[in-house]
Design a protein. Structure first.
Length: 147
């Protein structure tokens, strides 16, 4: 434990604190002393106890106002986090939907390509058969004309 000598309302006090917290304690006491002296100047000397009580009330009021603001900011942050999660979910959902659509389009493209290839083969076969029939017909006609 460390000891810190402070001066408050013209009197010296020795306070203890955890090692390493001396500077922080001094800063806090400077703020309290400043609030106390401001109230003393504004309200006059109502007595040390009453001024200390009013100082404590003012400090607690500031604390609770700050706490309310922090709580509001926490709520805002939670709402923003919830919205962010919702947006993130929607983005993933959209991405998955688009990936499914792309996969479906690729499947349809492959099917169409296979169908075109099949139709091309059938068309070539039909042309070959027609060509063979025409050739046979011409040969037959030529043979009949020669006879």
């Amino acid at each position: 434990m460390a000891n810190v000598k402070i001066k408050f309302n013209g009197k010296e006090f020795l306070l203890s604190c955890e090692d390493g917290q001396e500077e922080h304690l001094e800063e806090l006491l400077i703020q309290i002393n400043q609030k106390f002296n401001n109230l003393k100047n504004d309200l006059g000397n109502l007595g040390e106890n009453k001024l200390l009580l009013i100082t404590a009330v003012k400090v607690m009021d500031e604390y609770f106002e700050t706490k309310k603001k922090v709580d509001l900011k926490k709520d805002e942050l939670k709402k923003l986090s919830d919205k962010f999660r919702e947006l993130k979910s929607l983005i993933y959902e959209y991405r998955d939907k688009k990936e499914n659509e792309i996969n479906e389009l690729n499947t349809n493209h492959r099917k169409l390509k296979d169908e075109i290839e099949l139709n091309q083969k059938n068309y070539e076969k039909l042309i070959d058969e027609t060509t063979d029939e025409i050739t046979n017909f011409v040969e037959k006609v030529n043979i009949e004309n020669l006879s």
